[in-house]
Design a protein around this ligand. Structure first.
Ligand code: FAD
Length: 120
């Protein structure tokens, strides 16, 4: 990890950004209005162009735009969006040879805390 007070490297930037992105899904409405979905779709599109690790951004954008449409953001509800973000993160995990996360637990990790009370 980067020492305190130094500019972030790709890993530190990534950890902070995933915290932000998963927190965004945790705060998303249980059922989103059309406007809320449109706003989030715009955000993700811009994010995928502006994220300041260019190879990361390029790959993320390519993954989202996969021609079958299966990786398009799913924004109807918090459950959909949270699971989609978890899948996006797993795609990067696979690319980097990291362990995949079991997406059934995304909400315990990022919203409610673990049922065993370890976050209390
Ligand atoms: P991170 O992957 O940062 O994860 C942080 C925490 O999130 C984990 O400790 C775990 O508790 C939790 N978590 C892990 N997986 C999931 C999941 N699927 N769903 C929910 N929670 C999860 N780095 C590169 O070197 N090359 C790249 O191309 C690249 N692309 C990136 C694209 C994006 C959009 C982002 C945000 C980051 C990218 N990164 C990339 C950074 C990389 O993903 C990691 O953030 C970095 O390597 C640090 O990894 P880490 O092991 O600390 O955990």
């Amino acid at each position: 990890p980067t020492a305190n007070g130094c500019p972030p490297d790709v890993e530190e930037l990534g950890r902070s950004t995933w915290t932000f992105l998963h927190s965004l899904t945790a705060a998303y409405p249980t059922q989103a209005s059309t406007e809320q979905q449109t706003e989030m779709r715009s955000f993700l599109k811009l994010f995928s162009r502006l994220y300041p690790c260019w190879v990361c951004a390029d790959d993320f954008r390519t993954w989202m735009a996969e021609p079958s449409g299966r990786n398009e953001p799913r924004l109807a509800s918090r459950a959909d969006f949270g699971t989609w973000m978890c899948e996006a993160h797993n795609e990067v995990n696979r690319k980097l040879g990291k362990k995949e996360f079991d997406c059934r637990f995304w909400e315990e990790r990022w919203r409610t805390g673990w049922k065993d009370g370890r976050c209390d």
